[in-house]
Each structure stands twice: as structure tokens, then as C-alpha cells.
Design a protein around this ligand. Structure first.
Ligand SMILES: [Fe+2]
Ligand SMILES: [Fe+2]
Length: 199
């Protein structure tokens, strides 16, 4: 699929320029890195590279906003703020990001929007593009934590297994630091365990 077929109202170059003005240089670099990995994975698994590019660039377009802004935007976009998200409003950046991608960047493609919406906690029955953005966010070259190298390799061998390992690593870390775990992350992990059991 070409960019024309996505019927964008702005060009990808304009998306990048606009994004550069709204997030920090560090986060912009991260988005560039995520896009680079997402495109490689899209080629490997036969997903649309143009969609991977747009989702990669825009996945964190709502990150770095203040708690006040996130809560205001949730109200504006009619996003449900559950008890966990009330405690950790940064968890709202994925859903708000999908809304901003639509309203501010004119992205109408549902596949791209849901890849942005589910990039943090994933969900059951994730689409190929959702999986690609989720794991690209996790393994982009700027990431540096114990175990990342193994997940980086695994992502190109077995996408589902790499997501399960990423979720396990995150959950173990969250337990270690005594953080609250959003039930959606557990649901996603259970889904990928059931996938692994069937394969
Ligand atoms: Fe994010
Ligand atoms: Fe990210």
C-alpha cells in the first residue's frame, strides 16, 4: 500500500516536522528508532511498511504531557480513566496518542490507530501491525536493559514469543520495584501464553 492509498491529508515529512515540534528531541529520536525497527519487522513478516512508518513515528505523540493535560485530553476524547490510570496517568498516552494521531495528524487508518492505541499494554488477538509496534518500542536500538539483546533476536524469529518474553521481563521488573500492574498487561500475557501452548 502506498501513502496515496492511505489517503493522508498531510505528507509523512509534514508528520515528522509537526511531531518534532511537539515532543522532546530525545523522544523524537526514540520514535525514529522505533520506526526503523518497525519497518524491518514489517518487511520480515509481510506487514505494510508505510503503516509501520506512520505508527512508529506517532506512537508516543502524547507522551511527555503533564498529568493535568493527560486528564484534560482524556475528558476531551471521552477516554475512560480507570482506577489504575488514575494512579498512573502516563498509561493514558497510548489511547490519547491514537486520538491525537487522528485529530491533529489526520490519520484515519484504523490499523495504524490501533497500533498506537495498544503499544504499551497490548491486548488479546493483537494484529500484526500492533505486535510490530509493541515489540519495536521494546527493542529499538536505544533500549539497554538486561535481556533486551535476546528479545531483539527473538523478535525476528518468533514475534509472538518475543512479545511474551517482553511482557515477562516488564512484569518481573514491575513486581521487583513494587509497582501497580495494569490488568490489561496480564490479560495480554495470558493471551500470548495460550498462543504459545497451541503452537
Ligand atoms: Fe509509549
Ligand atoms: Fe515508545
Amino acid at each position: 500500500m502506498t501513502y496515496e492509498q492511505l489517503s493522508l491529508t498531510i505528507t509523512v515529512e509534514d508528520i515528522k516536522s509537526k511531531l518534532r515540534l511537539s515532543i522532546s528531541p530525545r523522544r523524537y529520536k526514540h520514535s525514529e528508532n522505533v520506526t526503523e525497527v518497525a519497518v524491518k519487522l514489517a518487511k520480515k513478516y509481510g506487514a505494510d511498511t508505510n503503516k509501520a512508518t506512520i505508527a512508529g513515528f506517532l506512537h508516543d505523540c502524547a507522551k511527555g504531557k503533564s498529568t493535568k493535560e493527560l486528564l484534560e485530553l482524556s475528558e476531551k476524547f471521552n477516554i475512560h480513566v480507570d482506577e489504575y490510570k488514575k494512579l498512573h496517568p502516563e498509561l493514558l498516552h497510548d489511547e490519547i496518542g491514537a486520538c491525537i494521531a487522528k485529530t491533529d495528524y489526520g490519520i484515519e487508518d484504523e490499523e495504524i490507530l490501533s497500533a498506537i492505541r495498544y503499544h504499551t499494554m497490548g491486548r488479546e488477538n493483537m494484529s500484526l501491525l500492533e505486535k510490530i509496534i509493541f515489540i519495536a518500542d521494546y527493542i529499538e536500538p536505544g533500549r539497554n536493559f538486561p535481556g533486551v539483546e535476546e528479545i531483539r533476536k527473538l523478535a525476528f524469529d518468533d514475534l509472538d514469543k518475543s512479545i511474551l518474553q517482553a511482557l515477562d521481563t516488564t512484569l518481573i521488573y514491575l513486581i521487583k520495584i513494587g509497582a501497580i500492574i495494569h490488568p490489561d498487561t496480564i490479560k495480554t500475557r495470558n493471551y500470548f501464553i495460550s498462543v504459545a501452548m497451541q503452537s
